[in-house]
Design a protein around this ligand. Structure first.
Ligand code: SF4
Ligand code: SF4
Length: 55
């Protein structure tokens, strides 16, 4: 399991990257979630200013 990023909505702001407790998100142009590392904690979902991440 891992959160999903809507790439069309993501602005690449990297707010999610900095709050992930297990460093599962890397932003290059858009947020990319490492599905093997993500623990589905939901922290990034609440942090995204444009609601681009869903559990
Ligand atoms: S749900 Fe939690 S562990 Fe998964 S990417 Fe978001 S902040 Fe990281
Ligand atoms: S917080 Fe939202 S808009 Fe910003 S990089 Fe992450 S997914 Fe994209």
């Amino acid at each position: 399991m891992a959160v999903k990023v809507d790439k069309a909505t993501c602005t690449g702001c990297a707010a999610c990257e900095s709050v992930c407790p297990v460093e599962a998100i890397k932003v290059v142009e858009k947020a990319e979630v490492n599905e093997d590392t993500c623990i589905d904690c939901g922290t990034c979902v609440d942090e995204c200013p444009v609601q681009a991440i869903s559990l």
